[in-house]
Design a protein around this ligand. Structure first.
Ligand code: ZN
Length: 724
């Protein structure tokens, strides 16, 4: 065997020889050295940081075949074309086998492979199902096995590809050549599963290149959608002032159109154009928009995440997210479209706490149940011919109303469960072999477990995204930490970093929620405010007891309230007395909308199912505040809420009557009087004189149980009295 080239040429010279570059980018040389020394290597770098070079150069410098497994046919084709255009690479034999080639082209590549003419070969993971292919492989010497987009092997992502799980045994069958796994998105959990599922042996891990020093990150807290649009309209002329172009990502088609309209209006006086781009437009329209944006004719595009794949426009000066995406990975990728030319650019999120719900809705929408999987299997069996079945995704979409993502996940899940095996796949037709036609109960349990875990993982990532929006620390560091990368020392002192870093230390984070409504001295709290409280309660973290909840509701400036600065209920009862706010809370508890735990639960306040349903469905609600007297602002005295002096003569009669009724009732039941009705309840009944059960339940100390038990009797009593 001739000596390897690596022994004769120093790496920087080889880099120049093969690629024409003068120097390596960070971590490339280290990763290549480790690979050439025969170690397993895991490279985690973002797109554009040069991670492919970490296996391409070793392929050029080693004897034998470097096999690259890649899930994306288009990506394979691009890399092969790019390498073939390099003079030195064209000599070593670079090829791909993919479903884009006809069988004549495929067999030509296989012949070259058998003849030892190919040094770098790209294949899809499904290729290993071909016996002919495996047969040829067994006859050539495989120097290195590369797994591109290695996160596809992780059960923690929805890019999961069941075929990737077979790669471990394929590597074994090839005599365990050294492995290189490469990915752009890998959190610690995903990295662990890559190493485990591929059976990597003490891999050297290289994570880097995630820092984009020319990007500035900021999050603007908004109190509502109109507020977002307002901020956007204000910010856009400034963002566009630096020239170049911009992107605004919206979560839905409707948002996208709204945002584009506001942007167009705000920018028109400056002679700048904006437009909307989403999947609802025809393919031609989308191409045309993309062209006009690329050429700079339209400066700002409001787009859904359907936009951006394969977009590489160097002078994008800003990327605004009208709503945060589902994960930090997505955010990093989308925001990362800014500043590809290395010039200062801005990444902005308009944040409203309710955006999370929209993302949860998306997650639920393409989440599956074991029943869905069973439906998919039935459909496959029904259209089968013997053991094989043809799947037409378009038919499935129409029949089941599923997204393409969901169809892919369902078939993937069936493969993972060993029910079917994919034979071939094109955009409009899949062929699968049926291995089993019936699920056992254990299968169903296992599948449901997997699906639940996937959903939990997506929610966990969503949490991380929301944490990014809410952090008061450095956003750049938070992102790098998420990817396992570190801030290079040279960038640590940069003044161009994020909103949190540029804020003077004494400055408080801006309050998002000014009181939604100023309530001077209401007799009742209307539904809108109650919904805000319930919504805030639902999202409240960490949990709090009643005393702190009162502080939050009254917008206290106390230290222990600071962390709730983005709660929708902060300061909603700014002008209301402590006693009245407490009464309001007791109302919520009594009407079953809210729960307060006991001593063991540290008296923690939480929303009940009923409460959640009430605000989600906007159930008509009204809470009456008990006292005229104690709604006086700043009155924090702890005197009883009602004073009989407040009552009219007629009310005093009713009050006494109610008390008398209570005494009788208590005697009948042999319980203390307060068990029947509290004094506060009697005061409220006297004061508000409810006419219906729904009104009755608004009184303090009266819940559903009491309404059931005493409702009719109490309403009769109250009805007898003339209204004061
Ligand atoms: Zn920072």
């Amino acid at each position: 065997m001739p000596p390897s080239l690596q022994e004769t040429i120093p790496l920087p010279a080889a880099l120049h020889n093969y690629f024409g570059f003068q120097e390596f980018r960070p971590l490339q040389q280290e990763a290549i050295e480790a690979a050439l020394s025969g170690q397993d290597v895991l490279v985690v770098m973002p797109t554009g940081a040069g991670k492919s070079l970490c296996f391409q150069l070793p392929a050029a410098l080693s004897d034998g075949l470097t096999l690259v497994v890649s899930p994306l046919v288009a990506l394979m084709r691009d890399q092969v074309e790019a390498l073939r255009a390099l003079p030195e690479f064209s000599k070593i034999g670079v090829a791909a086998i993919s479903s884009l080639q006809d069988s004549a082209e495929q067999s030509m590549v296989l012949d070259d492979l058998a003849a030892g003419q190919i040094r770098l070969l790209y294949v899809s993971p499904e290729r290993f199902r071909s016996g002919a292919f495996r047969n040829i492989l067994s006859q050539v010497s495989v120097a290195r096995f590369v797994v591109d987009e290695a996160h596809c092997i992780s059960e923690w992502g929805h890019d999961f590809r069941p075929d990737y799980l077979q790669l471990n045994s394929i590597v074994e069958s090839l005599g365990k050549p050294p492995l290189i796994a490469v990915t752009a998105t890998a959190t610690e959990r995903v990295r662990e599963s890559i190493v485990r599922n591929l059976g990597m042996r003490n891999p050297q891990t290289f994570i880097g290149g995630f820092n984009r020093p020319n990007l500035h990150y900021s999050v603007h807290r908004c109190k509502s959608d109109p507020h977002k649009l307002e901020m956007l309209a204000k910010a856009l002329p400034k963002l566009c002032g630096k020239g170049g172009s911009g992107l605004i990502y919206a979560a839905t088609r409707k948002q996208c159109e709204e945002v584009a309209e506001v942007a167009a209006r705000a920018l028109a006086p400056h002679g700048i154009r904006a437009a909307a781009y989403h999947a609802g437009l025809g393919a031609d329209d989308r191409l045309e928009l993309q062209r006009r944006w690329q050429s700079g004719e339209i400066a700002v595009l409001a787009a859904t995440n359907a936009f951006g794949m394969g977009i590489d426009k160097p002078d994008v000066r800003f990327v605004v997210h009208y709503a945060h995406p589902e994960s930090l990975e997505s955010y990093y990728q989308e925001a990362g479209r800014a500043g590809r030319d290395g010039r200062p650019s801005r990444c902005v999120i308009l944040y409203h706490f309710a955006d999370r719900r929209l993302r949860e809705w998306f997650i639920d929408n393409d989440s599956m149940t074991a029943d869905d999987i069973q439906t998919a299997l039935k459909l496959i069996c029904r259209t089968s011919d013997g053991d094989t079945s043809l799947i037409y995704p378009e038919q499935w979409k129409a029949k089941l109303n599923w997204t393409s993502v969901k169809i892919r996940l369902a078939i993937g899940e069936l493969e993972r469960a060993g029910m079917v095996e994919r034979i071939s796949e094109t955009a409009d037709q899949w062929i699968v072999r049926i291995l089993q036609r019936q699920f056992s109960l254990a299968d169903m349990d296992k599948i449901q477990f997997d699906l639940d875990r996937l959903r939990q993982e997506r929610l966990r990532r969503l949490d991380e995204m929301v944490n990014y929006c809410k952090t008061t620390g450095c956003r750049r560091r938070a992102t790098l930490r998420y990817f396992g990368d570190e801030l290079p020392a040279s960038d640590a002192k940069s003044t161009f970093c994020c909103d949190n870093c540029s804020r003077p230390e004494s400055e408080e984070p801006p309050a998002i929620h000014k009181p939604l409504s100023k309530i001077a001295m209401p007799k009742s709290i209307d539904a809108g405010d109650i919904y805000s409280v319930l919504e805030g309660l639902d999202a409240l973290w960490p949990t709090v007891g009643k005393a702190r909840l009162i502080k939050v509701l009254r917008g206290s400036k106390a230290k222990d309230v600071e962390r709730f600065h983005d709660s929708p209920m902060l300061g909603i009862f700014e002008n209301i007395s402590v006693a009245s706010v407490e009464a309001f809370i007791l109302e919520l508890i009594d009407s079953g909308l809210m729960h307060q735990g006991d001593e063991d639960e540290y008296f923690v306040c939480s929303i009940t199912e009923k409460g959640r349903a009430a605000w989600e469905n906007r159930t008509p609600l009204k809470v009456l505040l008990p006292s005229r007297r104690h709604q006086t602002p700043k009155n924090t005295s702890s005197k009883p809420d009602h004073d009989n002096e407040d009552f009219s003569e007629a009310e005093k009669v009713l009050f006494d009557k109610l008390k008398q009724w209570r005494t009788n009732q208590a005697r009948q039941e042999s319980v203390p009087a307060y068990i029947v009705l509290s004094n506060q309840a009697i005061e409220d009944l006297t004061y508000h004189k409810p006419k219906t059960e729904a009104e009755l339940i608004q009184a303090r100390g009266i819940g559903e149980m009491k309404v059931q038990k005493y409702g009719a009797a109490l309403l009769d009593l109250i009805k007898e009295e003339p209204r004061a």
